[in-house]
Design a protein around this ligand. Sequence first.
Ligand SMILES: CC/C=C\C/C=C\C/C=C\C/C=C\C/C=C\C/C=C\CCCCC(=O)SCCNC(=O)CCNC(=O)[C@H](O)C(C)(C)COP(=O)(O)OP(=O)(O)OC[C@H]1O[C@@H](n2cnc3c(N)ncnc32)[C@H](O)[C@@H]1OP(=O)(O)O
Ligand SMILES: Cc1cc2nc3c(=O)[nH]c(=O)nc-3n(C[C@H](O)[C@H](O)[C@H](O)COP(=O)(O)OP(=O)(O)OC[C@H]3O[C@@H](n4cnc5c(N)ncnc54)[C@H](O)[C@@H]3O)c2cc1C
Length: 664
Amino acid sequence: MEGGVDYLADERKKAEFDVQQMKIVWAGSHHTFEISDRISKLVANDPAFSKDERTMLPRKELFKNTLRKASYAWKRINDLHLSEEEASQLRFYVDEPAFTDLHWGMFIPAIKGQGTDEQQKKWLPLAYKMQIIGCYAQTELGHGSNVQGLETTATFDPQTDEFVIHSPTLTSSKWWPGGLGKVSTHGVVYARLITDGQEHGIHGFIVQLRRLEDHRPLPGIIIGDIGMKFGNGAYNTMDNGVLRFDHVRIPRDQMLMRVSQVTRDGKVVQSDVPRQLVYGTMVYVRQTIVQDASCALSRAVCIATRYSAVRRQFGSHNGGPETQVIDYKTQQSRLFPLLASAYAFRFVGEWLKWLYTDVTQRLQANDFSTLPEAHACTAGLKSLTTSVTADGIEECRKLCGGHGYLCTSGLPELFAVYVPACTYEGDNIVLMLQVARILMKTVSQLGSGKLPVGTMAYMGRIEHLLQYRCNVQKAEDWLNPAIVLEAFEARAARMSVSCAKKLSKFANPEEGFAELSADLVEAVVAHCQLIVVSKFIEKLQQDIPGKGVKQQLKVLCGVYYLFLLHKHQGDFLATSCVTPKQASLANDQLRVLYSQVRPNAIALVDAFNYTDHFLGSILGRYDGNVYPKLYEAAWKDPLNDSVVPDGYHQYIRPLLKQQRSAKL
Ligand SMILES: CC/C=C\C/C=C\C/C=C\C/C=C\C/C=C\C/C=C\CCCCC(=O)SCCNC(=O)CCNC(=O)[C@H](O)C(C)(C)COP(=O)(O)OP(=O)(O)OC[C@H]1O[C@@H](n2cnc3c(N)ncnc32)[C@H](O)[C@@H]1OP(=O)(O)O
Ligand SMILES: Cc1cc2nc3c(=O)[nH]c(=O)nc-3n(C[C@H](O)[C@H](O)[C@H](O)COP(=O)(O)OP(=O)(O)OC[C@H]3O[C@@H](n4cnc5c(N)ncnc54)[C@H](O)[C@@H]3O)c2cc1C
């Protein structure tokens, strides 16, 4: 803290709950809090992990710096004998996208999920020790969303017992895989399997890309980086790559064979495992992306909340201090729903992690029954949470006024790094449409006696939900979770049923689906919001220790669902789930809740336990010492290295001279 002064101390004194206990709720457990707290400080206190100049560095220097940090991080992980959990926290707090994300986050999970026991035994030890570095090479120049449209081929050659990996067209070039451009030695490459002239769909293959001796591409391989991406610094620390194969040969046992096997004589044998498991790595990563959304949103909210308490504009009485901008109701109505969303996404992310772990255990026991539920939840929640988070970061920038636009606010880089989350791991609309298919299938089966399960179980009460009338009579009734849940269930069910009815009028269901796709996406949003609301309410049913902690979470939960109700009141009114009067009462109650959040706002963002290093924001500093630090930082800009700028003699002086002579 600057000179020990805490400019936000008065704000911190207003807190009505035990912040330390809230930190544990946010972290998930004492255990995860302890690891996250220790590792974040370890990173923050190590100058080798400084990120001060990231937005100023030219690409080559930026990238080399990322390599240095990744290699140093690996050294620290080994020197300190960190566990897998600690190592992953260390990478997280280093806070710089790098090839290691894809190595640990996709390459290894792909081998674990789609490789046979022997393949895992052979490849995983090498990958765990980073003796090989891998990427996930699925997307191509011509196709990303449409995985079945990928063009790279893997043709089995029975003569040599090898696959021939080939890029037959320009559009079949692999394009986008992170870590591919300059670093990876290996990739899990997705390609169309061809044996004996017949196609057998998309499969994953482990392909060596670069020589381990000198890092040069293997014969037949062209490989490079795809170029600069959005923003300074930001995601440009990542070497997203392009890759082409010219008849590259790999041994047969490098096809990932858990889902299907190719025998020595070229026969394709399907195992009991459903073919969708080829998409399994994406399910895993989508689930981590939901958890990551709460991190990114909470970061932006932490910056905007602290700065809103520091910043004063207008409202001085008799020469007294001006009003803190956080006290403006408009500021609260934009900021507090995002604060509540950060907590909501945290809890739904926690639940999704549980769901994913449960599905994985079932898969190991050959129980595939919950795979569609896992697919629907990860796809839908990934879309919902990343869209809200990307928009939320931008809203936080606006909430910080002009200073939010400075790189030193941390918000521009956070936005630039985050916004591709709406696209990678499945374009958000494409994923919503996947959920729409599952919703429509569920509605169509309602009369058949097959009861919907999991997050679709509410559809089983369809008769009741179609008859439902909300009985809210006064604003406080909206604090009753049972009333809220039913209103959200009825809205989601009615929107789905309405789409299903319209769909049934089309002779060709695919045509109908395409025609109604915008309405379907709205129905999916309603369904996914219901999941988030219900998981927040479930969280509140747990035993949550700590003075005032549960009460604060109840307030945030109320803010979350009432804000949604207000924002989407068109849906609620059009489906007759609430009356105009009830919608207005919901908004009255929302204002009451905002005033309850206000004294706790700073403590609620302190509970994220972010170090100043991780936040990387002068506006979000823990001590609130914003102005002197902004002023100081301006002088560090390279443009201020000299009083007279480079180019003065060439461009400014002749201009000024010309104006002088024109006047004379
Ligand atoms: C990665 C980093 C992770 C951790 C790093 C560690 C530390 C860092 C710290 C924190 C980071 C935390 C989080 C991550 C943050 C950053 C991430 C960093 C980098 C990002 C990497 C991004 C990588 C990629 O983008 S990889 C490429 C992803 N590509 C896609 O997602 C493509 C999208 N398209 C598809 O999924 C499919 O093609 C489709 C589903 C749209 C269509 O498929 P198909 O043509 O087969 O069509 P359908 O007929 O519709 O479907 C057939 C049936 O299959 C079912 N289905 C579809 N998908 C799945 C699935 N995934 N699982 C199960 N089932 C599925 C479908 O329902 C149909 O079923 P039915 O019963 O027959 O009807
Ligand atoms: C930063 C970043 C990192 C990435 N990392 C990797 C990686 O490591 N490995 C990898 O393999 N890939 C990676 N990708 C690729 C990524 O997975 C794809 O870009 C993503 O899946 C979207 O596919 P697309 O680019 O084909 O989009 P497109 O499908 O071309 O989308 C373009 C537009 O068309 C719309 N659209 C497409 N299909 C439909 C439809 N059926 N109905 C309605 N609208 C539709 C979309 O909504 C979108 O608006 C990365 C991408 C980015 C941006």
